[in-house]
Design a protein around this ligand. Structure first.
Ligand code: ATP
Ligand code: MG
Length: 339
């Protein structure tokens, strides 16, 4: 495809992330439906061109477990990345809609992610760097694919410059500044799998449907001294509400304390979460015995805190739970027709 912004008819907003937004579009000359990711890049023209060049590697990524790439172009002040449209969306949206995901489906997610990571690393020496439920997509043919991998060093730099990273899928070694390896992606996979199987983010014992810790308001709710929650081992006060009316909402409290979202108080909270990941035992598939021993053991393997003891995606493809998932008779096309 020779892609130009004028040829893109916007059909629907699919979602918003930290870096930009994603829209469902029709490429009018061909009638092809695509997902167009719009990333705002505050950088020099030379850097933007460099990013565009680096993104071209995606043209060579052909794998059943990787979202197809159609092309990218500059559209000041943004970069547009056009990719395969996945009509069932991402797994964060799916579990928020239908609740905890059946463990057999979670097994297929694990298989797909490991296959995708192994392909990216073995064929292109690419490390994903951002495995999480919102980057694992599904379509109504029952295919599961990963997207948003780190092909462009310049793009990673440019986005990192524009916001404070609150990534909570980050491995202990990354938090401590060690080099990124494929094993860091394995950690992120482990956290993501628990989130899907339990229907909530594993670092929060708060079982409201909203478990997105990148939501700063929630992060403060979980970590502030007033609400120590699970992280400090002190019992939680009664469940908080998303209160938009009264004068006791968190926002107001924060204002009265003079703490802004970017302020020192908030930064401490994020640091507390990162410290928890580094210092406390890794989360597990709980309660023990609810899931098959092989699934529990697989997740424990992903979440071994020392990267030297953690396996690579390729090693983990031989794990009994993954072999079982590959042979399972579950029909994901039928499963996707239920939501
Ligand atoms: P972050 O910016 O922190 O990585 P994110 O992954 O949610 O978060 P985006 O990558 O901008 O942010 O994606 C926004 C949403 O768009 C996703 O949550 C997903 O539901 C949807 N989406 C992304 N790519 C596609 C696609 N190819 N097909 C269908 N939906 C998509
Ligand atoms: Mg994404």
């Amino acid at each position: 495809y020779d892609l130009r912004n004028e040829d893109m008819k916007e059909l629907q907003e699919l979602g918003q992330g930290n870096g930009g937004s994603v829209k469902k579009v029709e490429h009018t000359p061909t009638g092809k439906i695509m997902a167009k990711k719009i990333v705002f890049i505050d950088a020099k023209p030379s850097v933007r061109k460099q990013i565009l060049r680096e993104l071209q590697i995606m043209h060579d990524c052909h794998c059943d477990y990787i979202v197809s790439f159609y092309g990218a172009f500059l559209s000041d002040p943004t970069i547009c990345i056009c990719m395969e449209f996945m009509d069932k969306g991402s797994f964060d949206g799916i579990y928020k809609r239908i609740g905890a995901i059946d463990i057999e489906v979670v097994g297929r997610v694990a298989l797909a992610v490991l296959e995708g990571l192994t392909y990216l690393y073995d064929m292109h020496r690419i490390i994903h760097r951002d495995i999480k439920p919102s980057n694992i997509l599904c379509n109504s043919s029952g295919q599961i694919k990963i997207c948003d991998f780190g092909v462009s060093g310049e793009l990673i730099n440019s986005i990192a410059d524009t916001f404070v990273g609150t990534s909570t899928y980050m491995s202990p070694e990354r938090i401590q500044g060690a080099q990124y390896t494929v094993k860091s992606d394995v950690w992120s996979l482990g956290i993501s799998l628990i989130e899907l199987a339990l229907g909530r983010f594993p670092f929060s014992e708060d079982d409201t449907s909203d478990s997105d810790l990148s939501d700063l308001e929630d992060l403060e709710g979980t970590l502030s001294p007033q609400r120590p929650g699970s992280l400090l081992g002190i019992p939680l006060p009664p469940a908080r509400k998303k209160d938009k009316s009264g004068g006791t909402s968190k926002k107001d409290k924060r204002k009265s304390k003079g703490v802004s979202l970017q302020g020192g108080g908030m930064t401490m909270s994020i640091l507390e979460l990162l410290q928890h990941i580094v210092n406390e035992p890794a989360p597990r598939l709980v309660p023990e015995g609810r899931f098959h021993k092989d699934a529990e053991e697989f997740v424990d393997n992903c979440l071994i805190k020392d990267p030297d003891g953690r396996q690579t995606p390729k090693d983990l493809l031989n794990h009994p739970w993954i072999v079982q998932s590959r042979n399972s008779s579950i029909d994901l096309e039928v499963w996707t027709s239920t939501f």
